[in-house]
Design a binder for this molecule. Structure first.
Ligand code: DON
Length: 634
């Protein structure tokens, strides 16, 4: 079989989609987790029993000789593959996947939100595209304060006032223009077709039904996504003519259509009518930013590993590098070894305390990223860990990275806020507790092409179906304003103050946990990963990196094992070690005996990763079976 003529090798998905497509996954009984809203501390944050024994997760990744696309949705994978076959590279295919997900996975895929794209080009160049939403020009620190002095707690999460300026169209256009081979119109073609109608899967029908309460409050959303209140059934066709027209105009006129053209005019007119924040000036001012990725190197398993990950306004990259630095000298054996889990959990506890204390948009606040990611700082943090016992989050706080940090000017920050005095422990605790009870959805996908270009992309509208508002252009809008500290100087729902560094300011980007990541082994592309999950993004992504880099094996089994392995999460506050439902019971008991408050959760994250087999060069597609990811190779 010639490499040029290779057909689709395999698809890992949940339904029968034709003879070439291998049905390999059983739908998890609890694809949609439930979340308890009120209790911030001990007790299940989210839990539903699943028959673990009945699960039929694949043991091997999907293999392909040239290219691989792994996303939440088989239709989006197909869109990406179509673009590769038209001569596009991984960047073109990634943009095609992103636009397709905006149509077929409306709870998270979007053009009304934002995200991060990390690229590793075959040339050896590694770049980061920041297309995170930003606060509109009229936004103020106390945007959600009402006349009576209390805060509108719903305002940043639901409805017209919850949206930041969307970045996805600018981000995709910039990536394709700078690093792609095709035109924006080419990569948008599959999404335009899908918007004219596609078959609703069981997963989508269930998700729409579950979000009916949110969506039915807004006429356009009710009409498009709830079938005018009648709801959709599996197998129905979802036709989105308004979205199709919007995508066509963007394809024709470029990103200016979204930021200055009819799409912008219709959106801002609707905003003005409904008390929303976004204006024509806000949209016209939006720019996706190219940033330098964070980078750290490790020796493990006889190889040198280079980890490239996300800089601010992501918090995830800094947190992962600090944790990997802390863990670097430790002999980790696996997740049925309580001591190994203990070391990782304590590292998570420490980095989450730092995260809640120091991080924000580095274009606005000084983030001590050089200090936090310095191995000497990690050594200081590591020395505080008791090798045999869990510590208590009450007695652990942020460290002091200042001695290892660069001066503010050198770090490139326009310093509106200095550290560490602006971020009190009390504020950090509040932020961490607040995040612990967040729900919602985000989506990560990975692409590798035949030349070895790789894209790792995570994007979001924050909550599932974002703010619930659909713009006249047929796309859902984000509620990313809620990722800011929306109630500064006021006690939040737990009676505590929140972080000052992440308060709202015009043009500022809210702190994110999203952290697309790419790992090289001995200088060669090895692993592409990332996840949704709010703060659990950090744990889920980091665990897959550790699984691949330190446990292997670096083949199809190892790639899938890196994704299937049970996950756990500690975020300092609340002081709970959250473990997935099938985390080894004996290990959990040992961890309890070591002093952990072990809490069960259905799933942590949803990682769609690609490994590269170092011997054969094969692309190993490893979609997360937790929520029915799909891999498509060529
Ligand atoms: O940027 C962030 O960190 C959040 N807006 C992500 C939200 C999320 O992942 C929700 N859930 N899965």
């Amino acid at each position: 079989m010639s490499r040029k003529n290779t057909a689709i090798l395999a698809l890992l998905a949940f339904s029968s989609l034709g003879p070439l497509w291998i049905a390999a996954q059983q739908k998890p009984a609890s694809a949609e987790p439930q979340t308890k809203q009120s209790a911030p501390q001990a007790g299940p944050l989210e839990y539903r029993e699943t028959d673990v024994a009945a699960r039929n997760w694949p043991k091997e990744a999907v293999r392909a000789p040239e290219a691989m696309i792994v996303s939440d949705n088989a239709l989006a994978d197909k869109a990406g593959l179509e673009i590769l076959k038209k001569g596009g590279n991984a960047v073109d295919a990634a943009a095609a996947v992103a636009f397709a997900l905006a149509v077929v996975e409306p709870r998270a895929g979007n053009i009304g939100g934002g995200g991060f794209m990390l690229l590793r080009l075959a040339s050896g160049k590694t770049v980061f595209v920041d297309y995170r939403e930003e606060a509109p020009g009229s936004a103020t620190r106390e945007l959600y304060k009402k006349a009576d002095g209390t805060y509108d707690t719903e305002g940043s999460r639901l409805g017209y006032r919850a949206s930041g300026v969307p970045g996805t169209v600018a981000g995709m256009a910039l990536a394709v223009k700078t690093y792609g081979r095709l035109k924006l119109a080419d990569v948008m073609a599959p999404a335009i077709r899908l918007a004219q109608g596609f078959t609703i899967s069981d997963k989508l029908a269930t998700s729409l039904k579950d979000s009916a309460k949110r969506l039915q409050q807004f006429d356009r959303s009710n009409q498009i996504f709830l079938n005018g209140g009648k709801l959709y059934q599996t197998g129905d066709s979802l036709k989105q003519p308004a979205l199709a027209e919007t995508l066509k105009r963007i394809a024709q006129n470029g990103p200016a259509e979204f930021y200055q053209g009819k799409t912008a005019q219709d959106l801002t007119a609707d905003m003005a009518q409904n008390g929303g924040l976004l204006t024509m000036a806000d949209l016209a001012a939006y720019k996706a930013k190219i940033r330098t990725p964070l980078h750290a190197s490790y020796d493990a398993n006889g190889s040198k590993w280079d980890v490239y990950t996300s800089p601010p306004p992501s918090s995830g990259g800094i947190a992962m590098i600090e944790a990997l630095n802390i863990l670097s000298p430790e002999q980790l054996k696996g997740w049925n070894d309580a001591t190994s889990v203990h070391w990782v959990a304590e590292a998570m506890r420490l980095v989450f305390a730092d995260r809640a204390t120091f991080l924000g948009d580095s274009d606005f606040v000084h983030v001590p990223l050089a200090g936090l990611t310095d191995p000497r700082y990690a050594a200081e943090r590591r020395a505080t860990i008791d090798p045999a016992h869990a510590s208590s989050s009450q007695s652990v706080g942020a460290g002091d990275p200042t001695p290892f940090d660069k001066p503010k000017a050198a770090a490139g920050a326009a310093s509106l806020v200095t550290h560490p005095d602006a971020f009190s422990r009390e504020q950090a605790v509040a932020l961490s507790l607040y995040e612990a009870q967040r729900e919602g959805h985000t989506t990560h996908f990975s692409v590798v092409d035949a030349d070895g270009n790789a894209v790792s992309n995570t994007y979001t509208i924050n909550d599932s179906y974002g703010s619930g508002v659909t713009a006249p252009g047929g796309f859902l809008l984000n509620d990313e304003m809620d990722d800011f500290t929306a109630q500064p100087g006021q006690p939040n729902m737990f009676g505590l103050m929140q972080s000052e560094g992440n308060t709202i300011a015009p043009g500022k980007r809210p702190l994110s946990s999203m952290m697309p990541t790419i790992v090289l082994r001995d200088g060669k592309l090895s692993f592409v990963t990332g996840s949704p999950g709010g703060p659990q993004i950090i744990s889920a992504t980091m665990l897959t990196v550790i699984n691949w880099m330190r446990f292997g094996p670096l083949d199809a089994r190892g790639a899938m094992a890196a994704i299937n392995a049970p996950r756990f999460h500690h975020q300092w506050m609340p002081d709970s070690l959250i473990v997935e439902q099938d985390f080894p019971a004996a290990t959990a008991a040992q961890l309890t005996a070591m002093g952990y408050n072990v809490v069960k959760r259905t799933w942590i994250g949803e990682v769609n990763a690609i490994g590269i087999d170092p011997k054969s060069g094969e692309r190993l597609g490893a979609p997360d079976p937790r929520r029915q990811g799909a891999a498509l190779g060529n």
